[in-house]
Design a protein around this ligand. Structure first.
Ligand SMILES: Cc1cc2nc3c(=O)[nH]c(=O)nc-3n(C[C@H](O)[C@H](O)[C@H](O)COP(=O)(O)O)c2cc1C
Ligand code: SF4
Length: 373
């Protein structure tokens, strides 16, 4: 069975090892979603750290789908020069990269989107946002489908190795998959097939416009942790439908803002690691598409066991790389101490305050400087 440092090919992209940097919102672009020097520096360091595949933070396919300030934009050709530079910098440092394309759905509010109403499949109140979005019209759904396709075309033009459709964590495409947030009775709601339809339409149109070889990945919720929401068996039904398409890989995650399952705190022991593994094992039964596992993976030892089980082809991490962009290189050089991230979630709770960073690492550096003085 393959280990972390064995090469792998997914959707035609050859990757030097089986690690993925899971999409992580950076808060490093300008107010129009354009790439800044700070963003370039951040990704250059990450790419030099030897990660197999870097997924960018969620890039907005539509200005009214913005979920957070200074998030990466991919909704206009004006974003192209910055995106092209970002892809080039990552490639020059030896990395491979796909853009995560996303729309906020019911997890944004008018304050973030110029006072406009947030849109979602259905007008279902969000406890997290304290807000009820507007139900999308058929025309708005068609516009959003086109926005995802145009975003994928821009990613391809900019030189990225592919795109990842964000269908997790309570953003728009996962809102469609969920029986809780999608109560529509038209062709986009009512059954698993109809709830999945928007994703399959986006996939088909990206294929038609970007060609049969363009890698399309997907990040999927395996459960929302919500009464009447998407549960594991519902996700298995979705997976069966996705299996009919040539996705390069599907990353298994879970949770929405209201349940917070995606970024569990206190990953202190091996038993706490890889908290969606059992879900991935269930979903694996429905598909031949390579799977990627995310959620609380912290040690090379656990990664070895996960890859040996054959359930997933790759393992993905977010918080560990915020603290240690060079984690993979450190392990490769023989220091096998688990990731130093203690899963305190300060990087997440304070992410609107400025560029994403590790507050524990910052504290450690200040203390060690004081000691050295
Ligand atoms: C600060 C921060 C930003 C995140 N941004 C995104 C994002 O843009 N897209 C996404 O799919 N997940 C995002 N996530 C979730 C991670 O990709 C990942 O699924 C989750 O943190 C669990 O993995 P981990 O235990 O390795 O951190 C974010 C997580 C954090 C901590
Ligand atoms: S602040 Fe640092 S230690 Fe805490 S979860 Fe984020 S990366 Fe990990």
């Amino acid at each position: 069975m393959p280990g972390l440092f064995e090469e792998v090919k997914i959707g035609g992209i050859r990757l030097s090892n089986r690690s993925v940097r899971s999409a992580t919102y950076e808060n490093r672009c300008d107010a129009d979603g354009k790439v800044t020097e700070e963003m370039i520096r951040f990704y250059r360091e990450l790419a030099r750290g030897g990660i197999g595949l870097i997924v960018t933070g969620n890039a907005m396919v539509h200005p009214w789908g913005l979920t957070a300030p200074n998030a990466l934009g991919i909704y206009s050709d004006d974003h192209l020069p910055g995106l092209a530079r970002l892809a080039e910098v990552i490639h020059d440092a030896g990395g491979r990269t796909v853009v995560q394309i996303s729309h906020g759905g019911r997890q944004t509010v008018p304050d973030l989107i110029g006072g406009r109403e947030a849109v979602a499949p259905s007008a279902v109140y969000s406890r997290a946002m304290k807000y009820t979005p507007k139900e999308m019209t058929g025309k708005e759904i068609r516009e959003v489908i086109e926005a995802f396709v145009a975003a994928a075309e821009r990613a391809q033009k900019a030189g990225f190795d592919g795109v990842q459709l964000h269908c997790a964590h309570g953003y728009l495409l996962s809102n469609f998959l969920s029986p809780f947030s999608n109560t529509r009775t038209d062709e986009y709601g009512g059954t698993t097939e109809k709830r999945t339809r928007i994703i399959l339409e986006i996939y088909d149109r990206i294929r038609a416009r970007c060609g049969k070889d363009f890698p399309i990945l997907l990040k999927l919720n395996s459960e929302e942790g919500l009464k009447n929401g998407l549960d594991l068996e519902e996700a298995a039904g979705v997976m069966k439908l996705l299996d009919g398409k040539a996705f390069a890989a599907i990353e298994i995650s879970g949770g929405i803002y209201e349940t917070g399952l995606s970024t569990r705190p206190k990953i202190k022991a091996r038993e706490n690691e890889a908290y969606f593994l059992a879900n991935a094992e269930r979903l694996k039964k429905e598909t031949k598409i390579p799977l990627i596992l995310v959620g609380g993976i912290r040690s090379q030892e656990r990664i070895g066991e996960i890859l040996a089980s054959g359930t997933v082809e790759m393992v993905s991490m977010s918080r560990p790389f915020i603290r240690e962009p060079g984690l993979i290189q450190r392990w490769q050089e023989g220091d096998l101490t688990p990731a130093r991230c203690i899963s305190c979630n300060l990087c997440m709770s304070k992410v609107f305050e400025g560029p994403v960073k590790c507050y524990q690492e910052e504290k450690r550096k200040v203390q060690s400087e004081r000691r050295d003085r």
